[in-house]
Design a protein around this ligand. Structure first.
Ligand code: ADP
Ligand code: MG
Length: 270
């Protein structure tokens, strides 16, 4: 499909953010298309999280605009963007650690779809809706059936991350935004989280910010690479071979030794 025929969900127009003397994000233009799985890569300090925070509304840009389906949301708070149905991000949502996994899912679903107060929900909703088809299907597809009745505070990190993503997807946001969703996880847990995200491909627009390409290799449909607040490459995985990316992301000078390029081929950046 040619890029201009796809529906743009979120658009950034010339957004910048400065912290003191650091230009964390520097006039970035970006478009996220409906139902794609896109990624933002870049070394530490490249500006990925700052850009993510501009998209979610956690920061107000110094210049530029953020549009959601053509609507200017630049000055909207994260909560207002969530209420519009624009996006969800588990980084902006808290879990109830003294409740079970299934009760967290029930609350996430009903908070997003009904207007009753939270306390009413806590008292009345959980027991009644533990058997809802949607909740049970989510438990199964996110591999949480085994731990459905476990308190969240007793979950492993991989299980908790899967639950958090399940909670966001239950709210049916237009875009799922994830800043380093694999951070801190063991290899086996990473596989579990990627497996559940893979099930969403084609059904859910997903934007993932990730530092390590090896984590998301073969998963992203389109990626951008950031360096010093700017987008230095955009496209498929082939753009990782672009000389500027090799230099700033892989820290390989193409005129330098062969051992350096061997480590790039191994697909890792520290
Ligand atoms: N809240 C902040 N206050 C001051 N400087 C910040 C803040 N957040 C980020 N920075 C700086 O902005 C640059 C980009 O950081 P960040 O967006 O966190 O990069 P990344 O997520 O790619 O590692 C870095 O130089 C970082 O030190
Ligand atoms: Mg970051």
């Amino acid at each position: 499909m040619s890029p201009d025929k796809r529906t743009v969900v979120i658009k950034a127009e010339g957004v910048s953010k400065r912290f003191g003397t650091v230009q964390a994000v520097d006039q970035v233009d970006y478009q996220l298309y409906e139902n794609e799985v896109a990624g933002i890569l870049g070394s530490n300090g490249a500006g990925k999280t700052t850009f993510f925070n501009l998209l979610t509304g956690y920061y107000l840009p110094d210049e530029g605009r953020i549009l959601y389906q053509g609507q200017d949301v630049t000055r909207m708070t994260p909560q207002q963007r969530v209420s519009l149905g624009m996006m969800r991000s588990f980084q902006l949502t808290s879990t109830f650690d003294n409740l079970s996994v299934i009760d967290n899912l029930v609350l996430a679903f009903f908070r997003a779809h009904k207007s009753a107060s939270l306390w009413q929900l806590l008292i009345n909703t959980c027991r009644k809706h533990r058997k809802d088809e949607k909740i049970l299907a989510t438990l199964a597809s996110f591999d949480l059936e085994r731990v459905a009745d476990r308190l969240v505070k007793h979950l492993g990190l991989g299980e908790k991350r899967r639950m958090e993503i399940a909670m966001e997807i239950l709210a049916e946001p237009k875009v799922l935004l994830l800043d380093e969703p694999l951070a801190g996880l063991a290899e086996s847990e990473i596989k579990g989280v990627l497996d559940i995200l893979r099930q969403q491909v084609g059904k859910q627009t997903i934007l993932i910010v990730e530092h390590k390409i090896s984590h998301v290799q073969d998963f992203l449909q389109r990626l951008i690479v950031m360096h010093e607040g700017r987008i230095i490459a955009e496209g498929g995985y082939e753009c990782l071979q672009n000389p500027e990316v090799r230099k700033s992301y892989w820290q390989i000078d193409d005129s330098a030794s062969e051992s350096a390029s061997a480590s790039a081929d191994a697909g890792e950046v520290s």
